[in-house]
Design a protein. Sequence first.
Length: 372
Amino acid sequence: MKKIYLDFNASTPIAPEVLEAMEPFLRDHYGNPSSRHWAGIPAKQAIEHAREQVAGLLGCFPDELVFTSGGTESNNHAIKGAFFALKHRGNHIITTQIEHPAIIKPCQFLEKLDANITYIPVDQHGKVDPESIRNAITSKTILISVMHANNEVGTIQDIGQISHIAREQEILFHTDAAQSIGKIPTLVSDLGVDLLSVAGHKIYAPKGIGVLYIRRGVNLEIFMHGAGHEAGRRAGTENVPYIVGLGAACELARSWVGTTQIKDIRDQFWQLLQEEFGERVVLNGHLTKRLPNTLNVSFVGMFGAEILSQMENVAATTGSACHEGTVEFSPVLKAMGVPAKTGMGAIRFSLGRTTTITEIEWMVNRLKNIVS
Ligand SMILES: Cc1ncc(COP(=O)(O)O)c(C=O)c1O
């Protein structure tokens, strides 16, 4: 049976253009980018070209970008780097209850070092009220971190409004854009952010590469100590082929942002599900302020994992898990106040550039058989 991939929020395949750009740096250009000879110079030039390509997608200066090993490292660097650089000013950080573990866990780590973290709740659609951020600010607040779009339900936050509040109070503002980049506009000037995290493997670059945008003038404590790579901000010989890949992926992503191909198929998927299942299927997340590729639905009264287990050729994600006879469902859905009966039936379908309507029609038919 044909394999169907509907898990593009988990990871994407490497785009052919990206692979092509990377290949010479896996095979021929092996020099160390720090070496000032014939072997090192092309590697260094390739990194700087990639930096410009990423800057093009984010609308920032190339020197505001630090290459990292991915979204997790970018988030860790932002949260811990800001805390250690600013702890003389205060120990309070504001974030939300629906962040990825790559934000929640660094925050929990900092709590052990006397940080005071406020986890702002969300409404039933997964939206953060910017006013609740304003109300949480204290004289000790040094950082606000709110994800641009949620990985599970796709809800997009009003980052511009929240960053405005942060700027008024001269508080550093970070957003985790791992899921939004390449899907919706992510110009740092529109978002008004000081720090922004990118994960390469969500935008058709390889796994294990990412970027942290650090606005000019913002100083974070160094996260990775060693030699002077990345203008002294992240030590370690650069992962040249992957950086080249990320650059090419960002260049490519510019032609996808704002297009409707994926959204149109996603919307048809939702419509077909509604026609087929009526009130037995519920949408999780915001109806309109949502990533164009994400469809998180609950089959009420059913168990998402059980449905997926009957479709071995389908790659999709369920937020629920069974532990010793009890069903646990996603902390994101819990924070949204989704009742257990609905939450345990959740499945996240995330579409990508190669998804076809034929695949979706097959999916709906298969779901019809399983659910009935
Ligand atoms: C919102 C969000 N942030 C961070 C990450 C972590 O990125 P990486 O897998 O590159 O470490 C992910 C990956 O799932 C994500 O969805």
